[in-house]
Design a protein around this ligand. Structure first.
Ligand code: GFB
Length: 311
């Protein structure tokens, strides 16, 4: 069992994932959680990260700091997605080893798998085929992070593990329409259309791609579970085990929000990978399972959006 006084550094504590981790850790009684804002610590600055680790010497690190975005941002800014992510993860993983961190959890993404991977996608599909082009830069950075953790495990015996979450959503998500992921974008669009009395919302692509959505509180629960129970450098998937089409997602969101207008499809926007459903047999067999049904999770996230973003 993890000691509640152990110093745990959540890199990226203000983001969707990091903030959920902090909520969960605090709820469980962990109280030694050093936090640094972007203005206090630039994770892309190697010397600053090294001196932070040298001073704080955390026992455990959860890596939830990344440049992230939806399909459009990934497609438009490959340089930033590749370079920023490589810099941040190299600095943290290298400094964590130097400072004697006893366990590090690196968070990747389901987009590391080939575009036409078997569905549901087993962990063994990594590096078995070409990537989806819209998020190749981000995926390559994440694959490099996995490999760096595995290299520290092999060469130095470090307990650096890597989990691959599916598409996430929840409180503190990015609701900017240009850079967000689909679920947050459609929540905002449906809400604004309802409020303004618009007749339709615009949804990107064909509506045919299928995605799996996991509430970020379920991811936080899986992360704590893995920190306690998983000590292998082999990657492990984290998902809910079910996917839906973008059209079905749009209909569900409109229903939750109470928008009764039409869906208009913008075929000039990319669909991305046709399907991305993770095989979560490995995690289930260890004894973990998700608890938040999609509809409930969307309703809870809409409530958060309503109170924190819309107002
Ligand atoms: O969530 P999303 O941006 O990312 O898009 P990916 C998922 C699907 O929803 C795509 C469609 O087929 C989009 O075309 N979509 C429909 C929309 N309407 C919208 C909208 O208003 N906004 C957005 N953003 N999408 C990302 C990767 O891929 O997934 C990242 O680019 C990362 O690397 C992330 O891995 C989890 O699932 O396609």
């Amino acid at each position: 069992m993890m000691n509640k006084s152990e110093k745990i550094f959540v890199a990226g504590h203000r983001g969707l994932v990091g903030s959920a981790l902090i909520r969960r850790l605090e709820r469980e009684g962990f109280h030694n959680l050093p936090k640094r804002d972007r203005s206090q610590l630039d994770l892309a600055d190697e010397r600053a990260v090294q001196s932070f680790f040298g001073q704080e010497r955390p026992a455990v690190v959860i890596f939830a700091a990344a440049k992230v975005g939806g399909i459009k941002a990934n497609n438009d800014f490959p340089v930033e997605f590749l370079l920023d992510n490589l810099r941040i993860q190299n600095n943290i993983i290298h400094s964590a080893h130097g400072a004697g961190v006893r366990k590090l959890l690196f968070l990747g993404s389901s987009c590391i798998y080939p575009k036409f991977a078997p569905q549901p996608i087993p962990e063994s599909a990594l590096l078995s085929g070409p990537l989806e082009s819209t998020n190749e830069a981000y995926a390559i950075a994440k694959i490099a992070g996995i490999k760096l953790c595995q290299a520290y495990a092999r060469e130095y015996g470090a307990n650096f593990i890597s989990a691959m979450p599916t598409n996430l959503y929840g409180p503190n998500d990015n609701f900017d329409l240009e850079t967000s992921h689909v679920l947050a974008a459609l929540l905002r669009k449906a809400h604004e259309a309802k409020t303004s009395g618009a007749r339709e919302i615009v949804v990107w692509g064909s509506g045919k791609p299928r995605r799996e959505f996991l509430h970020v509180d379920d991811l936080a629960s899986a992360c704590l579970f893995l920190l306690e129970k998983y000590d292998s450098p082999e990657i492990i998937n984290v998902g809910c085990g079910e996917d839906i089409s973008i059209r079905e997602l749009a209909e569900l969101i409109c229903d939750v929000v109470g928008f009764t207008g039409e869906l208009a499809w913008d075929g000039t926007k990319p669909d991305g990978t046709p399907r991305k459903l993770l095989d979560i047999t490995k995690l289930r067999n260890l004894g973990w399972q998700p608890t938040i049904p999609l509809r409930d999770g969307i309703a809870q996230t809409y409530d958060w959006f309503f109170k924190n973003v819309a107002h």
